[in-house]
Write a protein that binds this ligand. Structure first.
Ligand SMILES: [Zn+2]
Length: 136
């Protein structure tokens, strides 16, 4: 069983998860571009009830996604790192930002979502599938 462990840039928020991801991939939607800083947002999708915050308390910002689902994003209040995303469409799943993992090598991208929102300089790996567009 993989052990996903990580935290934010400043270390105020830490989490752990010992569960198999249901999906892993890159989201190219405009909202994810905002939080990623420019590129797609790479996430590993883990069962919500298995993601345990072991230190700190992230703040939440929620808005409707392009698909019309309420999406909650969890940030560190001190350093602003985007740690997690949860969609009301799939509350049992939490997308954990790959950049926050202590071991990013645990991430294996399986596909892309919202590809039509990607600028031409977002490189797509040709061997990866496109995920369902209502993933978030
Ligand atoms: Zn922080």
């Amino acid at each position: 069983m993989p052990k996903f462990e990580g935290g934010c840039l400043c270390g105020a928020v830490r989490y752990i998860c010992e569960a198999e991801p249901s999906a892993q991939g890159a989201c190219h939607c405009r909202d994810c571009q905002s939080v990623s800083g420019g590129g797609p947002a790479h996430s590993t999708m883990l069962p919500t009830d298995s993601v345990q915050i072991t230190q700190g308390a992230p703040v939440v910002y929620a808005k409707l996604s392009k698909a019309g689902n309420r999406v909650s994003r969890f940030f560190c209040a001190s350093c602003g790192t985007h740690l997690f995303l949860r969609s009301a469409a799939h509350p049992d799943r939490t997308a954990v930002s790959v950049g926050t993992l202590d071991e990013p090598a645990l991430y294996t991208p399986h596909g892309h979502a919202w590809v039509e929102s990607a600028p031409r300089w977002h490189r797509l790996e040709a061997d990866l599938s496109r995920l369902l567009r209502d993933a978030a």
